[in-house]
Write a protein that binds this ligand. Structure first.
Ligand SMILES: Nc1ncnc2c1ncn2[C@@H]1O[C@H](COP(=O)(O)OP(=O)(O)OP(=O)(O)O)[C@@H](O)[C@H]1O
Ligand SMILES: [Mg+2]
Length: 362
């Protein structure tokens, strides 16, 4: 278990714009840190810099007690797991697992013991004599994971390791990777663009936006207190509804919501909008009349795709199977505590609301 500390790390590939702008981050020993963000935001670059596969243009990277900027990848005591598994096709699974250890002159008995332990933990014992091409994608991913485990490295680095697997296997493997990492207690940095993977696996999440850290925190902190509209729309599915203040003619603030006078954006998550029955009092935070344009049934819940009078889309997540007629008008409400406010620059605003504030009658 080692800490990984990035101090003002910068990467420039030679163009006008840095791929990574001065990123500072402390990853605690044993922590599972997930780097998440849209395509091209610099996730792989940052991970490859930790691995030593890319140099740093500026700043320092520390793994454990050592600054590793000048240390070769093989000497950094890290194991990387890639999306394409990177197994040697001409070697059996056993040989693939043993390869890195043999190179490090690990004693034969120790190699055999480590392979046996990893094969058991990953349930790949029956395939040890097979070649990678004789395995399914999920089994290959397990072997790739096994190759990382047998090394007993100071840290695991994962770059979208599950993106070649089908949806069901992805869910199964993400639970397995998390369970293994917890059992081994190995510091891990995991890159994904899948926010579900990010939310379910991370001890802490780092949201990257164009080479900069947008926010760092626990998944629940990022969900409940997104620091910006970027994080708000990236974490949570379906994404948070965002409405600019110039659209306020088309919805009404409840009596507990105090809106800033400057331009701003109001955010409400689809799961926090509820339908109000006729005659029901307005919600304390957000109220709107919308037309239902489409309904998606996804099993345990339904997504109502709605539109405000000006056509702006709003998504509502309701439990069970929605039976509303298409084109019907419904009244939506959300509690003031579930309304997020962002400034004109997209940054979160301190809450001006006091939900218990008594209603002031004119
Ligand atoms: N070897 C390279 N040479 C020049 N530019 C590069 C190189 N590798 C990456 N980049 C650029 O750096 C930026 C970050 O790329 P990176 O691969 O780190 O993104 P990413 O977040 O991993 O994206 P994805 O989710 O698509 O894998 C992109 O603009 C990319 O075009
Ligand atoms: Mg990448």
């Amino acid at each position: 278990m080692s800490a990984i500390i990035l101090n003002k790390v910068r990467k420039n590939y030679g163009g006008d714009v840095d791929a990574i702008h001065s990123v500072s981050l402390s990853i605690a020993p044993g922590e599972f840190l997930v780097l998440v963000g849209p395509s091209g935001c610099g996730k792989s670059t940052l991970l490859r810099m930790i691995a030593g596969l890319e140099s740093c243009t500026g700043g320092t990277i520390r793994i454990g007690e050592r600054i590793v900027n000048e240390v070769a990848p093989a000497e950094r005591d890290i194991a990387m797991v890639f999306q394409n598994y990177a197994l040697y096709p001409h070697m059996s699974v056993r040989e693939n697992l043993a390869y890195g250890l043999k190179n490090r002159k690990t004693p034969k008995a120790d190699i055999e013991k480590r392979i046996a332990q990893a094969a058991k933990a990953l349930e790949i014992e029956p395939f040890l004599e097979r070649k990678p091409r004789q395995l399914s994608g999920g089994q290959r991913q397990r072997v790739a994971m096994g190759r990382a485990i047998v090394r007993k490295p100071a840290a695991f680095l994962f770059d979208e390791p599950l993106s070649n697997l089908d949806a069901k296997l992805r869910v199964q493997m993400r639970v397995e990777i998390k369970r293994l990492q917890r059992a081994l207690g190995t510091t891990s940095v995991y890159v994904t663009h899948d926010q579900m993977e990010a939310m379910t696996m991370a001890d802490r999440l780092v949201v990257l936006n164009a080479g900069r850290i947008e926010q760092v925190g626990t998944p629940i902190a990022l969900y409940e207190q997104p620091a910006s509209t970027f994080v708000a729309s990236f974490i949570g599915s379906p994404a948070m509804n965002l409405l600019a203040s110039d659209q306020q003619a088309h919805w009404q603030a409840g009596d507990a919501l105090q809106l800033p006078s400057e331009p701003h954006t109001v955010g409400v998550r689809p799961e926090h909008l509820h339908t109000l029955a006729p005659g029901q009092p307005p919600a304390s935070g957000f109220n709107a009349t919308v037309r239902i344009e489409a309904i998606e049934l996804v099993g345990a819940e339904s997504y109502l795709h709605c539109a405000l009078a000006n056509g702006h889309a709003l998504v509502v997540r309701v439990p069970g199977r929605a039976t509303h007629p298409i084109d019907a008008f419904i009244q939506l409400g959300a509690a003031a505590t579930d309304v997020h406010l962002f400034g004109a620059d997209g940054r979160r605003l301190e809450r001006l609301t006091s939900p218990s504030k008594p209603k002031v009658c004119a």
